[in-house]
Design a protein around this ligand. Structure first.
Ligand code: PHE
Ligand code: CO
Length: 296
């Protein structure tokens, strides 16, 4: 690799923000990070670690410590990879931005986690619409040190390749599972409700909102319910699904999804904020401050 990797971000068009897909694997241009880049990492790292004690799951915090990430500078992928390969066989690969679905699934199935090489700018500390290095590395990578979660992610990748072959519906169902577990999952720990989803742990606002706000629903994990449920990409979630343990998540997702996809294809989607009669409701949201549409 001799050319400088690109920063592939969303394009602003008259139709709104449009994701742009990258495909290649790039080497992390570590020597080229600026003092500002390292400082953005440090600020975000310190702020989130403080917020996450008592809010993130014990598994997440333990895994993050075990990786040897520190606030003082952006970690080198090569350093983290040595630790991860020994622990669970996972490795990080550098990418320029979002990947097409099948490429992404294939990486996961082979225990390669794509991490965006570039970090957000200082004015994007509180919000950025696409995944950057902080979201990917701080949010996703630690749990890959956890043997159960490591297996879940690889199974997800294999399931993704399969769903891609089945069709658009299956893919939508499986994407919702990723959204409501890997990105926005909560877990019921003995001593309280905790966060494990990467989209939450990399966001200050949502880390507080998902646990402490009255507005969102918090509902017990149910595979088919999740697969039917729409979600929000541009605001905090209206509903979070709560697992009891990573073992529960593994068991529930172990069966072949093919007959489930077939059954769900004839059912309507559930809007993001709905609560249904057969939900295991842990908290019924007040719905305060929600816009009425925008679910995808
Ligand atoms: N059991 C799923 C299938 O048959 C694969 C999978 C496992 C998907 C774990 C997600 C998470 O497609
Ligand atoms: Co993510």
């Amino acid at each position: 690799m001799n050319s400088q990797p690109r920063r592939v971000e969303n394009l602003q068009t008259d139709k709104g923000s449009v994701p742009v897909y990258a495909t290649g694997v790039v080497e992390q241009p570590w020597a080229d990070y600026s003092a500002t880049d390292h400082d953005v990492w440090r600020q975000l790292y310190e702020r989130q670690r403080e917020i996450l004690v008592g809010r993130a799951s014990d598994e997440f915090l333990v895994a993050q410590d075990a990786m040897g990430m520190t606030p003082d500078r952006i970690p080198k992928f090569t350093d983290l990879n040595r630790v991860m390969r020994d622990a669970t066989g996972w490795e990080i690969i550098g990418v320029e931005g979002l990947l097409p679905e099948l490429v992404f699934f294939d990486h996961l199935a082979n225990r390669r986690f794509p991490v965006t090489w570039w970090i957000r700018k200082p004015e994007q500390i509180d919000y950025i619409s696409e995944p950057d290095l902080f979201h990917d590395l701080f949010g996703h990578v630690p749990l890959l040190m956890n043997p159960l979660f490591a297996d879940y992610m690889a199974s997800y990748g294999r399931g993704g390749v399969k769903a891609h072959g089945i069709g658009e519906h299956a893919l939508q169902n499986l994407t919702r599972l990723y959204w409501y577990t890997v990105e926005f999952g909560l877990i019921q720990q003995k001593d309280g409700l905790r966060i494990y989803g990467s989209g939450i742990v990399s966001s200050k606002g949502e880390s507080i909102h998902c646990l402490e706000s009255d507005a969102p629903n918090r509902i017990g994990f149910d595979l088919e319910r999740i697969m039917r449920t729409r979600y929000r990409i541009d605001t905090y979630q209206k509903t979070y699904f709560v697992i009891d343990s990573f073992e529960q998540l593994m068991e529930a997702t172990d069966p072949d999804f093919t007959p489930i996809y077939a059954r769900l294809a004839t059912q309507d989607s559930v809007p993001a904020g709905d609560v249904r009669d057969d939900d295991r409701v842990l908290h019924r949201g007040s719905g305060e401050g929600w816009a009425s549409d925008g679910d995808v």
